[in-house]
Design a protein around this ligand. Structure first.
Ligand code: PRP
Length: 182
C-alpha cells in the first residue's frame, strides 16, 4: 500500500490495536449471549466484511453468516439521510440469536432503521456491535450494545472502510487527507 501513503494523513488505529479490540469485543459478546447457543451474525455490507471475518474467528461458539445491504451514503462523504434495503437477509431470524455487525456508526440512521426492521421479525435476541463510533455525528439517538473505538469526526478509511470503494484492504484505520476528497 506504499503507493497510497501520500493520500493518508496518519494512522489512527493500528493493526495491533484493532486485533486486541476485536478479541475484547468477542469476549463481551460471548458473555452476553446464552452459553453454547448459536448466533446469526449479520454483516451490513460492505464496510463490515473485514471486521465480521475477524470477529467471527474470535468467538467461542457456532455462528452463521448472513448479509444485508442498506444504502445510506452515495459515493461521496455526505450522508443522504435516506435508508433503504438493497439486499435483504437470506435466513429467517425469528427465535434466533442475532448479532448485527457494523464497521462504523455515524448519523445512526442506518442502524436505527435496520434494528427497527429486524425487530419486527421477532428474533430471540438482537444485539449490535460496531467497531467504530462517531458520537459527534449522530442525528438520531442510537447506541450499540458493543462498541470498539469512539473516534472524532474525521474521514477514516481502512479495515473495511472506504473512500469511493478504495482503501478497504488497509489492515489499519487511517485518516484520509482532505485533499483526496475535497
Ligand atoms: C457506512 C457504514 C454504515 C453507515 C453508517 O456504510 O458502513 O453502514 O455508513 O452511517 P450512518 O450511521 O450515518 O447511517 P456506507 O453506506 O458508506 O456503505 P459501505 O459499508 O458499503 O461502505
Amino acid at each position: 500500500m506504499n503507493e497510497l501513503d501520500h493520500q493518508l494523513e496518519k494512522i489512527l488505529i493500528t493493526e495491533d490495536e484493532i486485533k486486541k479490540k476485536v478479541q475484547e469485543l468477542a469476549d463481551e459478546i460471548d458473555t452476553a449471549f446464552p452459553p453454547g447457543e448459536e448466533i446469526i451474525m449479520i454483516c451490513i455490507l460492505r464496510g463490515a466484511v473485514v471486521f465480521m471475518a475477524d470477529l467471527a474467528r474470535c468467538l467461542e461458539r457456532q455462528v452463521t453468516f448472513d448479509f444485508m445491504d442498506v444504502s445510506s451514503y452515495g459515493s461521496g462523504t455526505v450522508t443522504s439521510g435516506v435508508v433503504r434495503i438493497i439486499k435483504d437477509l437470506e435466513e429467517d431470524i425469528s427465535g434466533k440469536n442475532v448479532l448485527i455487525v457494523e464497521d462504523i456508526i455515524d448519523t445512526g440512521l442506518t442502524l436505527k432503521y435496520v434494528v427497527k426492521v429486524l425487530k419486527t421479525r421477532k428474533p430471540a435476541r438482537l444485539k449490535v456491535v460496531t467497531l467504530l463510533d462517531k458520537p459527534e455525528r449522530r442525528v438520531t439517538e442510537f447506541k450499540a450494545d458493543f462498541n470498539g473505538f469512539a473516534i472524532p469526526d474525521m474521514f477514516v478509511v481502512g479495515y473495511g472502510l472506504d473512500y469511493a470503494q478504495k482503501y478497504r484492504n488497509l489492515p489499519y484505520i487511517a485518516v484520509l487527507k482532505a485533499s483526496v476528497y475535497s
